[in-house]
Design a protein around this ligand. Structure first.
Ligand code: DI6
Ligand code: FE
Length: 413
């Protein structure tokens, strides 16, 4: 048993036998399930996978590693996190349980701003250590690809610092990290009453600098009454477009601001949260091809009662991803499998939809489709081996520590 560990096999060709594959390729078979399967890895990618009985002759003489009949899935992907931050918000949690609302706490200078102060105070080393502890918790659930946002610095230097620390994670752990510029997350106290100036003086110039330093994979914003208007977000999206960076958005989490339509207009990667997305807007969003990233941890933790329009998203074939939204204020959740369970129990996703949300569709939400999130020829050879007999168990059990091991042939693994 080597829970959460990985085999350092790098570029050597390898063959794995005696496993059940959930390839998550989509199509007609649930989970893309293949019993009695083998996988051939060459040059860090999957050269072949399928039923062992159909193994191509050229691989028949290779020694295989016996996976003991276990389930194999793509390594999981958490496509929406805020895991670089200082402090915690446990006292606000207490306040809320004593009757205050999330909006009231935010308006009274608490909320995101208290995390901003705690983040600015920490040294790089302290911030990095805290982020790594969160990454380790998520890795124990089989996550190997992370999206990490800035958004708790709110000065040019502190936002860039957050992205550097996020990128450091990929040098200190065998994971892939995609970084997102989220300076339009909250208005810092020094810009109180001057949101447009903040966009012009910090968000956009900071984005240009961070991008010039090669630190930005995508651009995000918080489009809400308590944060930024869709007109303000649109100016940030225009800057992203000038820099050829993809956009995504915290959209329709607390109110309907038509953020998902803005994402659609800008050909964005994803709109995230979507509890207040109006069902009439779903067909337009669907045409854009963007992913709906569902964040049941925030819904749960804020005791939200309005559900995202899941039936409409499903009917219009919108790809749905599921992520932890790991953050101190609205989703202090450090378990991907817990997020999958919540997506099923709270949002009514099927276990197959939930797992697709942490694999194939999460890869799409990060622009990594075909490279991560499916077991398919040409994809990076990075899989999770589970001590379960069927993929439905992954969304069903809570806290079961189902991961047996990660097998990764990526060059930084
Ligand atoms: N939506 C969220 O749920 C988080 N950020 C956002 O834009 C909350 C972040 C926090 O409260 O610290
Ligand atoms: Fe978020």
């Amino acid at each position: 048993m080597d829970d959460g560990s990985f085999i350092k096999a790098m570029m050597k060709p390898a063959r794995y036998d005696n496993c059940v594959l959930a390839t998550m390729q989509g199509g007609s078979t649930p989970y893309g399930l293949i019993d009695d399967a083998s996988i051939i890895v060459r040059d860090g990618v999957i050269a072949w996978c399928g039923p062992s009985a159909g193994l191509p002759g050229e691989y028949c003489d290779m020694d295989g590693i016996d996976l003991g009949g276990r389930l194999v899935t793509p390594a999981l992907i958490d496509c929406h996190t805020h895991l670089v931050y200082g402090g915690n918000r446990a006292r606000e949690f207490e306040m809320r349980l004593n009757g205050a609302s999330y909006e009231e706490i935010a308006r009274s200078g608490g909320g995101i701003l208290s995390t901003v102060m705690a983040t600015r105070e920490l040294s790089d080393q302290e911030l990095r250590a805290r982020a790594l502890a969160r990454v380790d918790a998520l890795m124990a659930d089989g996550v190997r690809v992370f999206e990490v946002k800035s958004g708790y610095g709110l000065t040019v230097d502190d936002e860039i610092r957050m992205l550097r620390i996020a990128r450091d994670i990929a040098a200190l752990r065998p994971v892939t990290v995609k970084t997102t510029w989220l300076a339009a997350h909250a208005l810092p106290p020094e810009y109180k009453g001057r949101a447009d100036d903040y966009i012009d003086e910090i968000v956009i110039p900071g984005l240009e600098l961070a991008n010039a330093a090669g630190l930005v994979d995508a651009v995000d914003g918080f489009c809400e009454d308590i944060a930024f208007s869709s007109a303000q977000i649109e100016r940030v999206f225009q800057a992203a477009r000038r820099l050829s960076l993809p956009v995504k958005l915290h959209a329709e989490q607390l109110t309907d601001q038509k953020g998902a339509l803005l994402v659609a207009n800008y050909g964005g990667l994803s709109a995230d949260h979507l509890e207040y997305l109006h069902k009439d807007d779903v067909p337009i969003f669907a045409k854009s091809g963007a992913v709906a990233v569902l964040l049941p941890g925030a819904y749960y933790f804020l005791k939200e009662t309005k559900l995202p329009p899941i039936a409409d998203l499903r009917q219009h074939n919108v790809p749905m991803a599921v992520a932890t939204d790991c953050n101190p204020g609205s989703s202090p959740i450090f378990s991907m499998l817990m997020a999958l369970n919540m997506a099923c129990v709270l949002f009514g996703l099927t276990p197959e939809e939930a797992l697709a949300g942490a694999t194939r569709n999460a890869a799409r939400a990060l622009g990594l489709e075909g490279q991560y999130g499916t077991l398919t020829q040409g994809a990076f050879a990075e899989f999770a081996v589970w001590n379960v007999d069927h993929p439905s168990v992954l969304a069903y059990e809570v806290g079961a520590r189902a991961l047996h091991q990660i097998i990764s042939h990526r060059s930084n693994a």
